[in-house]
Design a protein around this ligand. Structure first.
Ligand code: PMP
Length: 284
């Protein structure tokens, strides 16, 4: 298939990435994953905005405009004939002789933007049945608001979940639940949706932001406050959200069923509202 490198759409097999690309050596870059529904990009504006915010937070000049990135991405999805799938895009600080400090401006090292597409079906049966999760310590840095390429703690946490045949690892700092290894995490208690505040300890998910809007529009309290592992155990409902997983019920945590072990009422209601939003925005 085709990919984007800089401002060009090229055949993937024609592309070479430098061994000394700083993304490769230092994880010195940022990324986004965007959903494609029926050939249309969902919340693309928000994702590209967040890409620029992440880049700014690491003092990285993307050296492309958001309009240019959007245009190229739409073209790529069309050229690759993606129906239901995703776009992965990243920007690194470019290729330069290996040294930790940023390349000098005189070296004319330029950010490297790449993007490619995948076909990924919606996880219909998991959305209906729910998934299992473990909890594990959040060992990440203190800027989890940046969607950085450095994902080693997330990788280790997800593998720990996979080793227990679980879908996700829900992370905590000293007993306070932050988010999932690749998702935001929520509990429902007494009709209220509760999730960690969008500060430096979590990524403010685009799906989370859509969910907050949907809650507001439909009179469901959306409370941003800290909650603990014990609250996860005692929750009426638990769910996670992400671009790829949408609104995913969690029916077991550390082998213990959440409430009656079935996706909860509010979770299912939010799934319906999210589905309606997809249909509205992408004409699926
Ligand atoms: N938190 C983390 C750590 C993630 O990796 C992701 C998925 N990219 C999310 C939250 C969810 O974000 P979004 O809804 O924008 O996919």
């Amino acid at each position: 298939g085709k990919i984007i490198l800089g401002d060009q759409i090229l055949e993937r097999s024609d592309v070479n990435i430098d061994l000394e690309d700083r993304g490769y050596q230092f994880g010195d870059g940022v990324y986004e994953v965007i959903r494609v529904y029926g050939g249309e990009l969902f919340t693309i504006k928000e994702h590209i905005e967040r890409l620029f915010q992440s880049a700014k937070k690491i003092k990285l000049d993307v050296s492309m405009s958001s309009e240019q990135i959007r245009g190229l991405t739409e073209e790529l999805v069309k050229e690759n004939g993606v129906d239901f799938g995703s776009v992965y895009m990243q920007v690194t600080r470019g290729a330069a002789p290996r040294a930790h400090m940023f390349p000098k401006p005189e070296s004319s090292t330029k950010a490297v933007f790449t993007a490619y597409t995948n076909e990924v079906p919606r996880p219909a049966s998991l959305l209906e049945k729910g998934v299992e999760a473990i909890t594990t310590e959040d060992i990440r840095w203190l800027r989890c608001d940046i969607k950085s390429l450095n994902l080693l703690p997330n990788v280790l946490a997800k593998q720990e979940a996979a080793d227990s045949d679980c879908f996700e690892a829900i992370l905590h700092r000293n007993g306070i639940v932050t988010e999932g290894s690749s998702s935001n995490a929520y509990i429902v208690k007494n009709g209220e949706v509760i999730t960690h505040p969008a500060n430096n300890l979590i990524l403010n998910g685009i799906t989370r932001q859509v969910l907050a809007e949907l809650c507001k529009e439909n009179g469901i309290p959306f409370i941003e406050k800290e909650f603990e592992l014990i609250d996860l155990q005692n929750a009426d409902e638990v769910f996670i959200t992400s671009t790829v997983s949408e609104v995913m019920p969690v029916i077991k945590v550390n082998g213990e069923t959440v409430a009656n072990g079935k996706p909860g009422n509010i979770t299912c209601k939010l799934q319906g509202l999210f589905e309606a939003r997809i249909n509205q925005d992408t004409k699926v």
